[in-house]
Design a protein around this ligand. Structure first.
Ligand code: KDG
Ligand code: MG
Length: 391
């Protein structure tokens, strides 16, 4: 099949998500010469209109090419884009197109993604919850909400207890964070995994102090404790703490993943299929991580197409730790968009057998939700915030 058209589509709705960025999805639709349609998803937390334009740029290099030549298509994008390939917008654009191409190959062969990738290693995917603590401020509110998750069957939950602090944190911030983490730990007991999200926003001194205060609550991992590009900071954090480190949601290429793996800076890698280079690159990152003895916990925070693909990828790799899931905290339109096909039951996501990415798209709803990208710039809040915690 030939690629006939590649179109970016921005979706939003009045029903907001756990933050401004979570109220939007950027889809990419690829239509082939025989009229088949495939879908991918790009990162919505950035400059939405620039991502939109970046997808149009990818279309210039791939329209007319063979759908099935997945590696070759990624290479042809790099050939055209290599001078700017460090651009996050460009990486998320090719990632979204790559996902749509895998969707199309699966539809052409009548095979779900997990079969194209070598078959299921597990029949369902263990997930942890994120996005659940919107408007939780006090330790009691965090604890109450955490108990609700356990009642729903979740065995892992992640949260950012640091409110508005950025780069450094003072005693007041440390105390508030510790009270929240302590309350959650006491609410869920020792059997439930808790993960501490830092959103890559602290300097190493602050993060080391945070680890000293919160390590006693046995977090499964400390996520992005320092700024992503602060390699010396990560080295200092690594030699100064004994907690497990997770990072990876900002990785935008295989070579960048290799750099962090070779430095030994993480115990858990969190590639995001919508920015690391799609399925084509995500599966290579997982294999590389396996060789380094690093476990995978895909970043999975945006929309229901990304979620569907991440469930498929998580079902096939041997070194999966857990898959992140906002699924139960999506605005309902995100679940309706894929006919709610990837429900979470008892802390596990179902692995569907539908051809391609494993879900179908509600085209009627898609038309209703389509928005003008220029109207969706995230203005007032930092992108890490979960609604209501930004006080
Ligand atoms: O889900 C995570 O791990 C996140 O860090 C969520 C982020 O706030 C989201 O991806 C926006 O950057
Ligand atoms: Mg994160």
């Amino acid at each position: 099949m030939k690629i006939r058209e590649i179109s970016p589509i921005v979706l939003t709705s009045k029903e907001g998500g756990s933050a401004t960025w979570a109220s939007t999805m950027i889809l990419v639709r690829v239509v082939t010469s025989d009229g088949t349609t495939g879908y991918g998803e790009a990162v919505p937390t950035l400059r939405v209109s620039q991502v939109f334009r970046a997808v149009e740029q990818v279309a210039k290099s791939l329209v007319g090419k063979d759908v099935e030549r997945l590696e070759r298509n990624y290479h042809d994008w790099y050939l055209q884009d290599f001078y700017l390939s460090r651009s996050f917008e460009s990486a998320t654009a090719i990632s979204a197109v790559d996902i749509a191409l895998w969707d199309l190959v699966g539809k052409e062969l009548g095979a779900p993604l997990h079969l194209l990738l070598g078959g299921k290693f597990r029949d369902s995917v263990p997930v942890y919850a994120n996005g659940w603590y919107r408007d939780c401020i006090t330790p009691e509110q965090f604890a109450e909400r955490a108990k609700e998750l356990v009642r729903k069957g979740y065995k892992g939950l992640k949260f950012d207890p640091f409110g508005r602090y950025f780069d450094w944190i003072d005693e007041k911030g440390l105390r508030e964070a510790e009270e929240r983490v302590k309350a959650v730990r006491e609410a869920v007991g020792d059997e439930v995994e808790i993960m501490i999200e830092h959103h890559g926003r602290f300097n190493a001194n602050s993060s080391v102090e945070i680890a000293r205060r919160l390590g006693k609550y046995n977090p499964l991992f400390m996520e992005e404790p320092v700024h992503h590009e602060d390699v010396e900071g990560y080295r200092k954090y690594r030699r100064s703490t004994n907690v497990r480190i997770a990072l990876g949601e900002r990785l935008i290429s295989l070579k960048e993943a290799l750099f962090y793996l070779r430095e030994g800076l993480m115990d858990v890698i969190q590639p995001d299929v919508t920015n690391v280079g799609g399925v084509t690159v995500a599966r290579k990152v997982c294999a590389l991580a396996e060789a380094f003895g690093v476990e995978v916990a895909f970043h999975n925070a945006f929309g229901s197409v990304q979620n569907a693909v991440s469930v498929q990828l998580a079902s096939v790799i041997p070194n999966l730790l857990l898959l992140e899931s906002f699924y139960d905290w999506f605005p309902s339109w995100k679940r309706d968009l894929i006919f709610n096909e990837t429900v979470v039951e008892d802390g596990h996501a179902k692995v569907t057998g539908r051809a391609g990415i494993g879900v179908s798209i509600n085209e009627k709803l898609l038309e209703e939700l389509e928005a003008d990208p220029k109207t969706l710039e995230v203005k007032e809040e930092p992108v890490w915030v979960v609604q209501g915690t930004w006080k």
